[in-house]
Design a protein around this ligand. Structure first.
Ligand SMILES: C[S@@+](CC[C@H](N)C(=O)[O-])C[C@H]1O[C@@H](n2cnc3c(N)ncnc32)[C@H](O)[C@@H]1O
Length: 281
């Protein structure tokens, strides 16, 4: 039995092996491919599909969520998933922000659940969105959904790598005035983020607001529920995002406006996302 078959069967029996699986080389390439094969079978795409496709695979067995530092035990994730997805995404993916920016970017966007949630919820035909994703399978799944279901929407999908971001940002440079950048549990995948990523982002010649939701609470405060993943399948998770942000703030390049420790996670504390918002100064 190959690994994909094993994961597929394990998911049918609701065994959450996601955390183990992603630590393997190219884990997301395979994981988004599995989700893509489900997406290809769809004849229409509604808001509820965001929750079904994703959560049946990933978190259907979850018994608790973490929200703003509180651990909340839930009886039935099947009925509660939409409520908590909304709570966790609405900080940026809200109605107010539709007209606040001339470009909205998600970096490390996976198969596109956040982007398509936003587009679908508000039918965002006139909002320019750029989605950057590392795995080809994630990009392909997004292109498939866009072409089949959201062809009139202003969404561009590109390959994006935090470690090699020159051409991605070169494409955007000088074309927009006011940009919102979001990362949701994607910088986590890069153990040490390099300066070049921030240099490229800050050089796009635009006003920038950036909101991260990443499992870095331990980097900010020892009051975080989350401790550094030293052992186990998440030991490679990002180690330096907050250090980089504070260095940029000290050199007056950005201003950190908000930290919400342990903002959200479905399930375990080890990957709980802390929210950090900053503006380019
Ligand atoms: C936990 S998933 C989150 C996906 C998406 N943000 C979401 O909330 O559904 C992590 C994502 O980071 C992407 N990733 C891994 N390494 C990356 C890199 N070097 N640059 C950009 N994205 C990367 C993976 O391919 C995957 O899509």
């Amino acid at each position: 039995m190959n690994i994909c078959t094993f994961i597929y069967i394990a998911n049918i029996f609701y065994i959450n092996i996601f955390a183990i699986y992603i630590n393997m080389a190219d884990g997301y390439e395979n994981y988004w491919n599995i989700i893509f094969s489900d997406i290809k079978k769809k004849n229409n795409f509604e808001l509820n599909d965001i929750f079904d496709i994703n959560f049946n695979k990933e978190i259907i067995n979850v018994e608790k969520v973490i929200y703003k530092g509180e651990i909340i035990h839930i009886n039935n994730i099947r009925t509660e998933k939409e409520k908590y997805f909304n709570l966790s995404r609405q900080y940026t993916l809200n109605e107010k922000n539709i007209n606040n920016y001339d470009l909205i970017i998600e970096l490390g966007s996976g198969w596109g659940r956040n982007i398509f949630y936003y587009i679908n919820k508000y039918n965002l035909k006139n909002t320019k969105i750029i989605s950057g994703e590392y795995a080809d399978s994630g990009c392909n799944a997004q292109k498939f959904i866009k072409n089949k279901f959201f062809n009139e929407h202003d969404l561009d999908i590109y390959n994006f790598d935090y470690n090699n971001s020159d051409s991605f940002f070169e494409n955007i440079k000088g074309k927009y005035n006011n940009v919102l950048v979001m990362t949701f549990w994607s910088i986590e995948q890069v153990t040490n983020l390099n300066d070049n990523f921030f240099n490229n982002l800050l050089n796009i010649n635009a006003k920038i607001k950036c909101v991260h939701i990443e499992p870095i609470g331990w980097q900010i405060s020892n009051k975080s529920l989350m401790k550094e993943n030293i052992n186990g399948p998440r030991n490679y998770y990002n180690k330096n995002l907050y250090k980089k942000l504070t260095e940029l703030e000290k050199s007056n390049k950005i201003s950190i406006n908000k930290n919400i420790l342990d903002f959200f996670n479905f399930g375990c504390v080890e990957s709980c996302g802390t929210l950090v918002e900053w503006d380019k100064t």
